[in-house]
Design a protein around this ligand. Sequence first.
Ligand SMILES: [Zn+2]
Length: 156
Amino acid sequence: MKALILHGPGKATVEDVPAPVATPGEVVVDVERVGVCGTDIEFFAGDMAYLREGHSSYPMRLGHEWAGVVAAVGDGVDPAWLGRRVMGNTMIGDGTCRRCQRGHQHVCENRDEVGIRDGRPGALAERIAVPERSLRGARPPGAGPGPKIHVDPRQV
Ligand SMILES: [Zn+2]
């Protein structure tokens, strides 16, 4: 599939990369919309703090504000997600620590950050894989994608 890969400050290219597969507990989404956030601009410019702090490194795939349609579900995932139009949390906690248990997964010390931290490629691609528990705001099958992308100020 095609994806936009950022190799360093000011160096982004569209490339063929392996498509994600739906692993247990995760879904694969056909991406329809992706927002461009101030964080993305900082990565493109090379001055995002995570680069200095070791949380993120090039090459990377941006895209943390997105919407799309669930195309595949992994083992243990409710098959009712298939065909649903969804968006998802950027911050994905480990689900086990005290902060996550209290619903504060966005400040989990072991969190993934889609399209931001190493280990979770972003949505500037044809498809993205995310955990089922990170999905939010499902729109009915057949509903249009809508004109706007989701932006959650608690998440950025
Ligand atoms: Zn946690």
